[in-house]
Design a binder for this molecule. Sequence first.
Ligand SMILES: [Zn+2]
Length: 168
Amino acid sequence: MARGVYVGKERNPFLVFLFGLITAFIYTFYWFYAANREMQKRGIERAKPALYVVLAVIPVIQVLAVHRTVTNLRKIYLGNNVPRDPSPWALAVLCLPLPYIGLLFASSFVQSGLNHVWEETRARVIEDGPEVRDLHCMECEAVFEIRKNPYSEGVVRCPSCAYEGVVS
Ligand SMILES: [Zn+2]
């Protein structure tokens, strides 16, 4: 049976850059949290979203936030056969001559990579079709059939007693 795989949010890389610029990087700091949290949910346990935000706020030190974020993306690539190979340091050192602006380039680039992974996962779901299985209600013992995306969690509702639960 297919294992539950988390699919994150797709964001337009150009808008990720632009929102960062017009909010004086506030959006970019939020993005470092959100994107790394999504990668963590996707199985990169070493991702530390809150820590990366703190690092991203500090000039020079922000090199580390970019390096860790791109490294996490590469780990996801390895697990998903996405043919892209960014260098974590190439993006990270951009923050030395261009503090904060370097974060914009990195966030835009990594988001583009994540979009590829999320799209690839959705394509796999379409190819494999929905998963059909029988579920046993924990509340009223009724047995009923469900159809769901095999790569994500879904909320199901028992047709006889309306008990709701999450299945992965
Ligand atoms: Zn029930």
